[in-house]
Design a protein around this ligand. Structure first.
Ligand code: HEC
Ligand code: HEC
Length: 183
């Protein structure tokens, strides 16, 4: 059905200029560039971000939190001091989010805070720069990651990443099937 729709769309001259997969990529980018994801995917800077929480743009984590090379703050105040590992729901606004996984920053290579659509697309389709993921392991990560799940259901009055995890997985598959086009 989806393929049939795509063929019908391709029959119109305007849509014919648009390679399939680009709309899926746009939606993937809308998720990945959302603060619920980029507040952690920050790169070599030591502080996580507090964007989209009502403190304005480019807001670094308060209280002098440093992730350092360990990414869990082992050299100063560990993340787990406040972000306890717990399956209890996040309900209180502005409380430290808690999930059933050690709260931490990703490795520096997985940075994309502030990346343009074209830059992030190039990064995610390049196994050299995406932690060695091919399409299937990329999908497997998204489906299994407690961080990604939290991003879609952060609680505590936080704005979730747009769409759902199922939408994201479907879009990643569609983008992959179309040859991972970028713009
Ligand atoms: C609390 C911090 C945190 C948040 C929030 C977070 N991540 Fe991550 N992310 C990580 C860590 C840590 C890793 C490294 C893998 C691991 O340890 O699970 C990772 C790895 C990844 C990877 C694997 C890299 C790759 O190219 O396959 C992707 C993709 C990813 N995250 C996407 C997201 C998306 C999308 C969101 C938002 C919905 C998100 N992350 C939110 C911490 C976070
Ligand atoms: C002293 C307590 C404390 C420590 C230590 C701490 N945090 Fe936080 N963190 C908080 C609080 C409180 C919030 C919620 C801020 C708000 O919503 O106003 C928060 C929010 C965050 C957010 C934003 C989540 C969102 O909603 O987008 C990220 C990312 C984050 N912390 C990462 C870390 C990492 C990584 C570490 C360890 C290197 C860490 N934090 C250590 C208290 C702490």
């Amino acid at each position: 059905m989806r393929r049939l729709l795509a063929l019908l769309l391709l029959a119109t001259p305007l849509a014919a200029e648009e390679p399939p997969g680009l709309a899926a990529w746009d939606r993937i980018y809308a998720v990945a560039s959302h603060p619920r994801c980029t507040n952690c995917h920050v790169g070599p800077q030591e502080e996580p971000m507090w964007n989209g929480l009502g403190y304005g743009t480019d807001q670094r984590h308060g209280m002098n939190v440093r992730a350092d090379e360990t990414r869990i703050g082992a050299e100063s105040v560990p993340c787990r001091t406040c972000h306890v590992t717990s399956g209890r729901p996040n309900v209180r606004p502005h409380a430290a989010p808690q999930i059933l996984e050690a709260w931490r920053l990703p490795p520096v290579e997985l940075a994309w805070l502030g990346a343009s659509s074209a830059d992030l697309c190039g990064q995610l389709r390049d196994p050299e720069r995406n932690d060695g993921h091919d399409l299937e392991s990329f999908v497997a990560h998204l489906e299994a990651s407690p961080f990604v799940a939290w991003g879609f259901d952060p609680g505590g009055g936080r704005e979730p990443a747009p769409g759902s995890l199922a939408d994201l997985v479907a879009d990643v598959r569609a983008w992959g099937a179309a040859g991972m086009p970028c713009r």
